[in-house]
Design a protein. Structure first.
Length: 212
C-alpha cells in the first residue's frame, strides 16, 4: 500500500466516523424535540458540517479525536436530563452500529481469504476508526459524550458540582491530552490514554468480528 493510499483510507475513515457520530447526535436531539442542531444544518451526512479543527488534528496524529460539538438546548426536551443523556449516547452508539454492519463484510472477506484490495482496506479503516471514535468518546471527561452519560451514576446531591465540572473541565482535559501526547511518552515510555484505549478497542474489535 502506498503512502497516498493509506492517507486516503485514513481520511475516509475519519470523515465517516465523525459524520455519522455528530449527525446521530443532531438527529436524536431533533426527534426528542430540540431542533437547534437541525436549524444549523447538522442533521446531514456532509462531513464539512461536522469537522472540528483540533479534534481532527487529534485523529490525524494520535488516531483518537472528536467532531464539532452539536448544539443542544436541553430546555426544548420533555425530560431534559434523560433526553440529554440519550442524545449523548446516540453518537458512540452510531459508530458501534456502523462497525457491526461493516464487520459482516470483513467476515465475508476472511471467509473468501481476501486480505488485499481497495474495498478490503477501505472497509477495514472505516470499521476500526468508528470503533476508535466510539470508545474515545465514552471517556468521562468533557467535552466527550462519556462525561454526560456518566451523569447516570452521579448521586443527585452531587449533580450541581458535576455540572460545574462539565463546564470547567474542558481546559483541564485538553491539557491532559497534550501532556499525554508530548510528555508522558518521554517520561513514562508510553501514552496513558493510548494504552487504555488500544486495549479496549482491540477487545471490541475481537468481540464484534467474532460475534458478527
Amino acid at each position: 500500500m502506498s503512502d497516498f493510499q493509506e492517507i486516503f483510507y485514513i481520511a475516509v475513515g475519519i470523515l465517516s466516523a465523525i459524520t455519522i457520530h455528530e449527525c446521530a447526535h443532531a438527529w436524536v436531539a431533533d426527534k426528542l424535540g430540540d431542533d437547534t442542531a437541525k436549524m444549523e444544518g447538522r442533521v446531514t451526512l456532509n462531513p464539512l458540517a461536522h469537522l472540528d479543527f483540533f479534534g481532527t488534528l487529534m485523529f490525524i496524529f494520535v488516531h483518537f479525536g472528536w467532531g464539532k460539538p452539536v448544539p443542544v438546548n436541553a430546555s426544548n426536551f420533555k425530560n431534559p436530563w434523560k433526553d440529554s443523556i440519550l442524545v449523548s449516547i446516540a453518537g458512540p452508539l452510531s459508530n458501534f452500529l456502523l462497525a457491526i454492519f461493516l464487520s459482516i463484510f470483513l467476515r465475508i472477506f476472511v471467509a473468501k481469504d481476501i486480505y488485499d484490495g481497495y474495498f478490503f482496506f477501505l472497509v477495514s479503516y472505516i470499521f476500526y476508526t468508528n470503533i476508535s471514535l466510539g470508545v474515545f468518546n465514552l471517556l468521562p471527561f468533557p467535552p466527550l459524550d462519556g462525561s454526560k452519560i456518566f451523569q447516570l451514576f452521579v448521586p443527585l446531591r452531587y449533580r450541581e458540582n458535576y455540572y460545574r465540572f462539565l463546564n470547567d473541565g474542558v481546559k483541564y482535559f485538553m491539557l491532559f491530552i497534550l501532556l499525554d501526547i508530548f510528555l508522558f511518552p518521554k517520561v513514562l515510555g508510553y501514552s496513558i490514554v493510548r494504552q487504555i484505549l488500544t486495549y479496549v478497542i482491540n477487545f471490541l474489535v475481537s468481540v464484534i468480528l467474532i460475534g458478527s
